[in-house]
Design a protein around this ligand. Structure first.
Ligand code: ATP
Length: 238
C-alpha cells in the first residue's frame, strides 16, 4: 500500500425515499490496500458499494476516485474509470455460458483481451474447466468465482466485493479469500464487504465498522481483530 488515497467518501449520505441508509460516512481506501467494511445486516454495506459504483446517488457528501469527484458520473463511466464491482448475490447471467459472462465483464473495451481472459482462467482454473457451461448450472462457489472473474475482466484498479463468502462452505470460502489476496498482490486495490469478519480482517490492512448507517470504528485490521467490542459483536465471542 502506498498511502495515496484511491477512493474517498466524505460525509456521504444516501437515502431510499424517507429511509436514510448512510448518515454521513467518511471512508478511505488507499492504493494497494485491502479494506474490510464490516457490519450487521442492514448496516449499509451494500448501499456503500452501490454508491461508489454510481448505482445510487448521495444526497449529500462527496465520493472521490483518484482525487476526482464521481458526482454525476454514470455507472458505466465509473466502470471505465477502473472500478469493478462483484455485487451481492453475484448476479451472474444464468442463461449465458461462463465464457459469455466473462466477456460481458470486458464490455468497457472494444474487444475481449485474450490476456485478461487467460489471467482470470489462471486465477480460477475451475472457470476454465466450466467455460462452456451455463452460469445457472454452476455451484454457489463457482458462481462467486465467476462474479469476481467477470469484474476482473474490466481490469479494475479498485475492486468492490460484496460478501464473496455468502452461503459458501468453509473450504470454498478459504479458496475465495486466497484468490482475493492474490488479486490484491497482483496490484488491485480492494474494498471488501463481509459478514465473515474474522476472515475479512485477517486479509485486510484496515477495517471499518458500520452500524445503522454510521462508521463507528475504523482501525488497522489487526487492531479490530483484537478489539473486545468487535470480538463480541462481529466475531461471535463473549
Ligand atoms: P445486508 O448485509 O443485509 O445486505 P447491508 O449492510 O448491506 O446489509 P444495505 O443493504 O446497504 O445494508 O441496507 C441499508 C439500509 O437501507 C437497510 O435499512 C435497508 O433496509 C435499507 N434499504 C436497502 N435497500 C433499499 C431499497 N431498495 N429501498 C428501501 N430501503 C432499502
Amino acid at each position: 500500500a502506498t498511502g495515496i488515497p484511491l477512493l474517498e467518501l466524505r460525509s456521504v449520505e444516501v437515502a431510499y425515499g424517507g429511509i436514510t441508509a448512510l448518515k454521513g460516512i467518511d471512508l478511505e481506501v488507499r492504493q494497494g490496500e485491502i479494506v474490510a467494511l464490516l457490519g450487521a445486516n442492514g448496516a449499509g454495506k451494500t448501499t456503500t458499494l452501490r454508491t461508489v459504483s454510481g448505482l445510487l446517488t448521495p444526497r449529500t457528501g462527496q465520493v472521490l476516485y483518484a482525487g476526482e469527484t464521481l458526482a454525476g458520473v454514470p455507472a458505466h463511466k465509473i466502470v471505465q474509470l477502473g472500478i469493478g464491482h462483484s455485487p451481492e448475490g453475484r448476479r451472474i447471467f444464468s442463461r449465458m455460458t461462463v465464457l459469455e459472462n466473462l466477456e460481458m465483464g470486458a464490455y468497457r473495451f472494444k474487444s475481449v483481451s485474450r490476456k485478461d481472459l487467460d489471467q482470470v482462467f489462471e486465477l480460477f482454473p475451475r472457470l476454465h474447466e466450466r467455460r462452456t457451461q451455463l452460469g445457472g448450472n454452476l455451484s454457489g462457489g463457482e458462481q462467486q468465482m465467476l462474479a469476481i472473474g467477470r469484474a476482473m475482466m474490466g481490469q479494475p484498479s479498485l475492486l468492490l466485493l460484496d460478501e464473496p463468502s455468502m452461503g459458501l462452505a468453509p473450504l470454498i470460502v478459504a479458496q475465495i479469500f486466497e484468490i482475493i489476496e492474490r488479486i490484491n498482490s497482483l496490484g488491485t486495490t480492494i474494498l471488501l464487504v463481509e459478514q465473515n469478519a474474522a476472515q475479512a480482517l485477517r486479509l485486510a490492512n484496515r477495517g471499518y465498522v458500520l452500524e445503522t448507517g454510521q462508521i463507528v470504528m475504523s482501525a488497522p485490521a489487526s487492531e479490530l481483530l483484537n478489539d473486545p467490542r468487535v470480538r463480541e459483536a462481529y466475531l461471535g465471542e463473549v
